[in-house]
Design a binder for this molecule. Structure first.
Ligand SMILES: [Zn+2]
Length: 316
């Protein structure tokens, strides 16, 4: 697919968004449909029969069979939220329809909430995107490279092995016309054979043709049943000049601009997997901007409660 077809697609306009999700009731209906696409099911006895009422303005579903009560947001990413669904939906709109990443500060201004609430909103939604992407598996022809996030560290060494940077693997699947289709960006502990081996088993289908530079650890993709094409860089042969790395170089450049330009470096070490997950989520759905919004609502309704204390532990 050509780049301009991606850039020129209509997406979800602000007008259409307001007309469709402008009121709390509209958002409730949309969330109910996403949570129970086949209609309400009691989480305890699986009965369909139920009644609805409000308690402190919260929509409650009560099972007519076993009397179990469940609120619309209970057990989802919206669990116990003090924000309105309209505010959550607005945040999801900005996070999916913007070309660039949206920072906590921007979200705070757009939605009109305090900084802490905006932080929770942003990190919960990034967590939804990250979890949704953990099952993405690349196949066919895949360009891979080692990369780092952060790096505002004047005393550190340049390039590979720099201190205070978060190492990650960038992998881009291309099609027969050599256009990029899907991407995986995974935080790793280091670039060792063991790390690359377990990453490849999680992220690559057996039989994948992997193209990498000469970095030794990439040989471990063979553990996942992949074929490895090693292109040695150096002595007047830079990876940026080599056609076989066009896409991984280009997309890595865009990712670093988007992430380094939006977020503070001190957050990278702790939450890198989530920032990478957010970027990956949008990249892998960029062919259909308009459906990205309802798909994120669905994913949010099917991701469990992720409290702030848990989010701040930041363990992958
Ligand atoms: Zn029941």
């Amino acid at each position: 697919m050509k780049k301009n077809r991606i850039q020129l697609q209509e997406g979800l306009s602000l007008n259409k968004f307001i007309a469709t999700y402008g009121t709390e009731q509209q958002c409730e209906v949309a969330l109910e449909k996403s949570r129970w696409p086949e209609g309400f099911r009691c989480p305890k006895c699986n009965s369909e029969r139920h009644s609805c009422h409000r308690r402190n303005n919260v929509l409650i579903f009560q099972c007519s069979n076993c009397r179990k009560q469940v609120s619309l947001t209970e057990g989802t990413i919206f669990h116990s939220t003090k924000l309105t669904l309209v505010q959550w939906f607005q945040a999801m709109f900005f996070l999916t329809q913007n070309k660039n990443n949206v920072s906590t500060l921007e979200l705070k201004r757009h939605i009109g909430v305090g900084y802490s609430a905006a932080w929770r909103l942003k990190h919960k939604l990034m967590q939804v995107m990250y979890e949704r992407e953990t099952t993405t598996i690349l196949s066919g022809r895949v360009e891979i490279d080692d990369a780092y996030l952060g790096g505002a560290n004047p005393g550190g060494k340049a390039g590979r092995g720099s201190e205070n940077k978060v190492p990650f693997i960038a992998a881009i699947q291309t099609n027969s016309k050599h256009n990029p289709i899907y991407a995986v960006f995974s935080q790793v502990k280091n670039f060792s054979l063991d790390e690359v081996s377990s990453w490849a088993k999680r992220s690559l289908a057996p039989g994948t043709e992997v193209v990498s530079d000469g970095l030794h650890c990439f040989a471990a993709v063979a553990d996942a049943g992949c074929n490895h094409q090693r292109e040695v860089v150096g002595k007047g042969r830079k990876s940026t000049d080599m056609e076989c790395f066009t896409w991984v170089n280009t997309i890595l450049g865009n990712l670093k601009t988007a992430i380094n330009g939006t977020y503070h470096a001190f957050d990278f070490e702790k939450y890198a997997h989530r920032y990478l997950g957010e970027y990956q989520y949008r990249f892998n759905r960029r062919f259909d901007l308009a459906s990205m919004f309802p798909r994120l609502v669905y994913a949010a309704a099917h991701t469990g409660c992720r409290p702030e204390s848990w989010l701040r532990l930041a363990v992958d």
